[in-house]
Design a protein around this ligand. Structure first.
Ligand SMILES: Cc1ncc(COP(=O)(O)O)c(C=O)c1O
Length: 397
């Protein structure tokens, strides 16, 4: 039997494809510190579970396709706190930020249309593009420049009549880059000049460190008709398994089109929506404390990397990831070696090879993404293991 070209073109997740090596290491009794995946260890606010415990319906019925009223209201209130004003018909609840991204691509691009994405990017953008028949055109960014955007003309020369949107995560995964106001305005100008949508994936907006300021595309009135904000409670409230996200736009016609997609998949899980709606009652101190914690961890990872001979990495200012260039010939081989051959006191570390975060062939081959979702103590140990491993790795260059 023949499978579709779309499914064959899809890559395996670079974050998960080496998991069998980790499983084997664990079977052999090794402890593996997982720095390869963005699953936070932070507790979900109790407000989520409390609301679910109070759920008292006799039937778990379909919810409205748009989302339950309480949750739409909660998202509206949440955005107000960020000086962003969405109306009721400008938000749809989705199955995580993932579905919001898929809906955005379907609503803005035809088959074989193109979407510009700064690379390295969240690898599932590749999968979402394959699913929807959209071609990714990478805007290459570099470790040495903190993965900031190139000059405007470097971006506009990638645009043609197939280009329909610019998609970007701010702060970035896997880079941790927080785009400056100037960069946001540059993309606004491009979107206006070339009539493009901006799909702004802002799921990490709470986690911005140092003197950096996060600027949402939703703050730009001039392009309100072409900005789509995709969002999620997964990272903000450490609720990845709840699968609750949202798609929002001031373009009401666009949202009417997206409603057709929402109706097609009937609804998002009813009970999780009930839990998510109550997250609006989480004290602001929760987010502050979580942010402080990630900031502390970012410092541990960044400071350790700075001290490692031959490692290059610019300080990331947001999310909970960092990309590091390693003095190795091939980062994937290095990660496999870490799992199969290396240990300190029967412990090792797992990283995500960064090549799969790039669309351009060959880029990122000597880079890894490190996620700092584990506690500070373990993180210190994991960074020590990495340091010692690099000293003795046979493929070191
Ligand atoms: C940049 C970015 N966008 C979207 C998502 C999807 O998250 P979810 O579907 O859990 O909301 C992730 C998950 O890691 C991410 O890193």
């Amino acid at each position: 039997m023949k499978f579709s070209e779309r499914i064959i073109a899809m890559q395996q997740s670079p974050i998960r494809k080496l998991v069998p090596y980790a499983d084997k290491a664990k079977e052999r009794g090794k402890k593996v510190y997982h720095l390869n995946i963005g699953q936070p260890d932070i507790e979900t606010p109790k407000e989520f579970i409390e609301a679910i415990k109070d759920f008292d319906e006799k039937v778990i019925a379909y919810a409205h396709s748009q989302g339950i009223e309480e949750l739409i209201h909660a998202f509206i209130e949440y955005y107000k706190k960020h000086d962003i004003y969405f109306e009721n018909d400008e938000i749809i609840v989705t199955n995580g930020g993932s579905e919001a991204l898929i809906f955005s691509l379907i609503a803005t691009c035809d088959y074989n249309d193109e979407v510009l994405i700064p690379e390295p990017f969240y690898t599932n953008y590749n999968g979402f593009s394959n699913m929807t028949g959209v071609n990714v055109v990478p805007i290459t960014t570099k470790a040495e420049q903190g993965f900031h955007l190139p000059e405007k003309n470097e971006i506009t020369k990638l645009i043609n009549n197939k280009t329909k949107a610019i998609l970007l995560a701010n702060p970035g995964n896997p880079t941790g880059t927080v785009y400056t106001k100037e960069e946001i305005h540059m993309l606004k100008d491009i979107a206006l000049e070339y009539n493009l949508f901006i799909i702004a994936d802002e799921v990490y907006k709470e986690f911005v460190f140092d003197e950096q300021e996060f600027m949402s595309f939703a703050h730009l009135d001039e392009i309100a008709d072409r900005v789509i904000i995709t969002d999620s409670i997964s990272k903000r409230y450490s609720a990845c398994g709840a699968r609750i996200g949202s798609i929002a736009s001031k373009n009401k016609d666009l949202m009417k089109q997206v409603m057709k997609l929402a109706q097609g998949r009937l609804c998002v899980a009813t009970i999780e929506q009930v839990g998510a709606a109550n997250l609006i009652n989480t004290p602001d101190s929760y987010i502050e404390e979580v942010k402080e914690e990630y900031w502390k961890r970012r410092d541990i990872v960044y400071n350790a990397l700075q001290k490692m001979d031959g490692v290059i990495c610019e300080k990331p200012h947001g999310a909970f990831y960092v990309i590091a260039k390693l003095p190795v010939d091939n980062a994937e081989d290095f990660v496999v070696w870490l799992l199969e051959e290396f240990e300190i006191n029967n412990e090792t570390v797992m990283l995500a090879p960064a090549e799969g975060f790039y669309a351009t062939e060959g880029l990122g081959r000597d880079e890894v993404r490190i996620s700092y979702c584990i506690n500070a103590n373990d993180l210190e140990k994991a960074m020590n293991i990495l340091n010692e491993a690099l000293k003795v790795y046979p493929g070191r260059v």
